[in-house]
Design a protein around this ligand. Structure first.
Ligand SMILES: Nc1ncnc2c1ncn2[C@@H]1O[C@H](COP(=O)(O)OP(=O)(O)OP(=O)(O)O)[C@@H](O)[C@H]1O
Ligand SMILES: [Mg+2]
Length: 269
């Protein structure tokens, strides 16, 4: 993979107006009229964080209620690679669901690319999610009866991009992860590592600003998991922002920055 393969959009995640929620450029209702003080403007201003949590908490009803995430503050800047570690039940997936706009905080504010998300409609959140966030899960979530190429292609089905261009992008994404020799294979005949590579291709095809991975190597042996981590290193080197949740110390050690969650409390390691 060459550096020249980098999508210029990914190398500069803030090429677009950070208040854009969809490709048509309409600013979603609820767009933060008061961006963070370090928003672009000054020549020396640091880049707008891709992820910023301000006192975010998530509790679930129960007797007593579950405080899955407690008043978390977190800033992830463009191009950072962060691992999130913590024991089972500590709140890691809860955090990932919030970061991925799959869930809403009980309190606090989450800014994605400087855009406050609390007041956004589901439609706007869905547009943001589709355009800016890629997901990788432990169990791959590939469609078993569709080819490798189709699995990646389907991720852009509702993007409005013409099919021929979508095909080109799917080919490029699969080449990026070293899977272009398996285009017509069905997922069940692939190895675990190959399946996860296809899942990563599917996650990056839309040029997300951030890749969120929840135990991406949880179903893989150590050699195969090393291959997926090499791939993450390459994506990171190309400018992609990564947040990787893991139980595995070997996996977390690959990320230059690590945060830990214990009983819903998030701390820098
Ligand atoms: N929808 C829900 N309703 C009630 N409680 C929930 C819900 N989702 C998560 N929880 C609780 O919140 C806590 C954190 O769960 P979470 O899934 O974030 O843990 P985790 O760190 O990802 O664990 P694991 O490593 O086992 O995947 C747990 O106590 C869990 O039981
Ligand atoms: Mg989990």
């Amino acid at each position: 993979m060459r550096r020249s393969d980098v999508d210029p959009g990914r190398a500069d995640p803030h090429r677009a107006d950070p208040h854009r929620a969809d490709p048509d450029g309409a600013a979603p209702p609820g767009a933060d009229p008061h961006p963070a003080p370090d928003a672009p403007g000054g020549a020396c201003a640091p880049p707008v964080p891709v992820i910023e949590l301000r006192g975010v908490a998530r509790s679930f009803p129960g007797d007593p209620p579950v405080q899955a995430l407690r008043h978390a503050d977190l800033v992830v800047r463009p191009g950072e690679y962060v691992s999130v570690v913590g024991p089972s039940g500590s709140g890691k997936s809860t955090l990932l669901h919030l970061l991925g706009l799959l869930d809403r905080p009980t309190s606090g504010e989450y800014l994605l690319d400087g855009l406050a998300t609390r007041e956004l409609t589901e439609r706007d959140r869905s547009a943001l999610r589709g355009g800016r966030i890629g997901f990788v899960f432990q169990s791959f979530h590939l469609l078993p009866h569709r080819t490798v190429l189709d699995n990646v292609l389907l991720a852009t089905l509702y993007s409005g991009v013409p099919r021929t261009e979508r095909r080109d992008r799917a080919h490029a994404a699969l080449e990026r992860v070293g899977m272009s020799h398996r285009l017509d294979f069905l997922p069940p005949v692939l190895s675990g590592g190959e399946r996860q590579r296809v899942a990563v291709a599917r996650a990056v095809i839309a040029s997300p600003h951030v890749l969120l991975a929840d135990e991406p190597t949880g179903n893989l042996d150590s050699v195969t998991s090393g291959g997926v981590l090499d791939l993450f290193d390459e994506l990171h080197a190309q400018g992609l922002t990564l947040v990787v949740i893991t139980h595995d110390a070997t996996v977390s050690a690959r990320a230059p920055r690590c945060v830990r969650i214990t009983d819903g409390v998030l701390q820098e390691v």
